[in-house]
Design a protein around this ligand. Sequence first.
Ligand code: MN
Length: 262
Amino acid sequence: MATKKRSSAARRKPKPLAEYNRKRDFTRTAEPSGRVGKAAAKRALHFVIQKHAASHLHYDFRLELDGVMKSWAVPKGPSYDPAVRRLAMEVEDHPIEYNTFEGTIPKGQYGGGTVMLWDRGTYEAEDGGGVESLRDGYERGDLKILLHGKRLEGGWVLVRMRRDDSGRAQWLLIKHRDDTADPSFDVTDDVTTSVASGRTMEQIATRKGRVWNSNRNESAKKRSATTKAKKTAKRSAAKRSTAKRTAKKSTRKSVRKRAKSA
Ligand code: MN
């Protein structure tokens, strides 16, 4: 008898993003509240990787699928070495608005700490089968994808290993053996700045004006915080463009390195 025993976790979920919303107090954190986004029809699907210094440093790997960001916490981050398998613990779906989140989450709140936009871009099914193929791969626990990011490129696979007692799935993130693979390129060690702002974790953490805090319910407070953030941004613009140039240079260098070894 053919058993179709898949996605019991998905069936348990009352509604999309319910777990995301339940875990967060939006009067305390300015992370976006969870609403399901529009499913991408013709436009490319996005991915984002956020370096997150919470109680333990990890990289949040997020893939857009059906109006939410499927999410995994990868303690060691991705590796360009096809021989390396990186543990990726599936976490709750995140809203698409989370893709622009960089800053700090207040201490004591869920995930409290510093969040950096480490990479972003578009992605697709490696077999060219579109969203159907991605859904199928996700359900089967064998998700083969092509990333088109600034730091991550080429073929990768997420393979589901097992679920823990709470139904949380453990996956492995593995680089495919293609012409972007490079065992000598330690990307998490090499690339330590934000893909969005060029800032380091320390710079993000100490930028007080940009803390995504709050119990600020009044819009006046919000406005003043925005103005403050804008001023801060202006002040550090010069610094940042230097950081950006450095980041670009190092990425180009590694791309060259990869091209040479191909
Ligand atoms: Mn995280």
